[in-house]
Design a protein around this ligand. Sequence first.
Ligand code: ADP
Ligand code: MG
Length: 218
Amino acid sequence: MTSVPEHAVKAWIRGFGVAVPRGATAPSPDGVAAAAHDLTGPLVVKAYGPGLVHKSDAGAVRLGLGSPQAARDAAAEMRAALAARGVPPDGFLVEEQAAPGVEVIVGAVRDPAFGPVLLVGLGGVWTEVLGDTALRLCPVTEADARAMLDELRGAALLRGSRGRPGVDRDALVRVMLAVGSPGGIVDRLGDGFTDFELNPVICSRHGAVAVDARLLGT
Ligand code: ADP
Ligand code: MG
């Protein structure tokens, strides 16, 4: 099983029209600070490397960094802590922090019998706890994607409720179609993937941004 680095997956999915945060990779904390000068804060720093699959569990994600200096310090702290635990990072991704919103997972898995299946669900890091997901065999149509969102128990979160505005559902539907429609990401991956996951896509009134991207190949 191979795992493609997050920044490479993000660069690739941009070509399918999926919005991702502006960002850059750097091998060292100093490189993080240099790269951060071209970005608009607040910033996020993530460490990457073998053994860093669930990054927040590993302490490999820092949010809300207000300056290049803060980004450098976060990277240096992370590098020291990860090295002490035997998982020294290969490098860092520094990127702009998306505005808050509803965190949604959009993913695809390959069913051995039926082929690729598109998944959408609520939750970001709480996806597994909430267990609120909808599935369809690929390829999906726009009508399928909209019906999947309506099926979620938490659909009201996307539509807006209790004084909170709804999100740009059309932007989320476009992400789902980028993944699961004919000629989309899943089609292009063909047999070469087992698990593709955008978790979370942060959805707000202003759009849908994929802030994490994971691709496991065969
Ligand atoms: P992992 O899923 O490997 O733990 P993520 O890259 O998903 O790591 O980061 C963990 C959490 O941090 C995300 O669920 C999201 O809430 C937040 N996050 C990560 N990157 C960004 C970003 N660029 N903008 C806003 N929030 C982010
Ligand atoms: Mg994630």
